[in-house]
Design a protein around this ligand. Structure first.
Ligand SMILES: N[C@@H](CCC(=O)N[C@@H](CS)C(=O)NCC(=O)O)C(=O)O
Length: 228
């Protein structure tokens, strides 16, 4: 059975978790503490410490650079989900870079403001140290102080996605592709703490979010039928 090594509020783990549940394939979640990655280090033979990773039988899958989509492409080709059709590869590659930078930024900071509610106490010091080493001393408090500005940054960043939903149910077409799961991961991370709602201005995104949160591959029309 496919195993997903993850922690639950990570935007990148949420993407893989949703793709797996969309697929209908059986899978197992293996929780990894945010601040203790030795299991990942061991499984990847000292080549990776990030999450998520996948284990499928003897294969261990992990990303090879910031913009690779090794995990999603593996699941897509193994489970035949149609998330990366060739005709959309170029536009999806541009979009996922954008989603994982410009949308991810405000989302994870807004969620991290509530870090005390997610991170077990024994991990507090390691969590704060990790964040401050990367984003500077006092970053978590600075994000809290700048919460309003971060919310309006997110609202702005979502405008093109609201516009993309004119005329079809998902971002690119009437069926979900990888970028739908990618954007979902960022927004689900933003919503994780339970302290936010999606920006009210974006009505199409709200409806799309309800679809992408629960869509099942088995309920989609077969791909050939779409083009007949
Ligand atoms: N591009 C990678 C990014 C993964 C990533 O940034 N994961 C974070 C958690 S959300 C991580 O483990 N970062 C390394 C660390 O925390 O030390 C992917 O798609 O999986």
């Amino acid at each position: 059975m496919i195993e997903l090594f993850q922690f639950p509020w990570s935007p990148f783990c949420i993407i893989q978790h949703r793709i797996l549940s969309f697929s209908g394939a059986p899978f197992k979640v293996v929780p990894v503490p945010n601040t203790e990655r030795s299991v990942i280090w061991k499984l990847t033979r000292q080549r990776y410490y990030g999450v998520p990773i996948l284990r499928d039988g003897k294969s261990v899958l992990f990303e090879v650079n910031e913009d690779s989509q090794v995990l999603a492409k593996y699941l897509d080709s193994k489970l035949r989900l149609g998330l990366f059709p060739w005709k959309l590869e170029g536009v999806q590659s541009i979009l996922w870079r954008h989603i994982e930078n410009r949308v991810e930024g405000p989302c994870f900071k807004l969620n991290d403001i509530y870090w005390r509610e997610m991170v077990p106490e024994r991990e507090h010091v390691a969590f704060v140290r990790h964040k401050e080493r990367k984003f500077g001393r006092g970053c978590l408090d600075a994000w809290k102080a700048g919460q309003k500005a971060l919310l309006s940054e997110l609202e702005q960043e979502l405008i093109p996605f609201e516009e993309m939903l004119v005329g079809h149910d998902y971002l690119l077409e009437d069926r979900p592709r990888f970028v739908d799961f990618d954007l979902f991961g960022m927004l689900e991370n933003f919503l994780y703490s339970g302290n936010y709602r999606l920006p009210r201005a974006h009505g199409r995104i709200a409806k799309w979010y309800d679809r992408i949160k629960s869509v099942q591959f088995k309920d989609l029309p077969r791909e050939e039928e779409l083009h007949s």
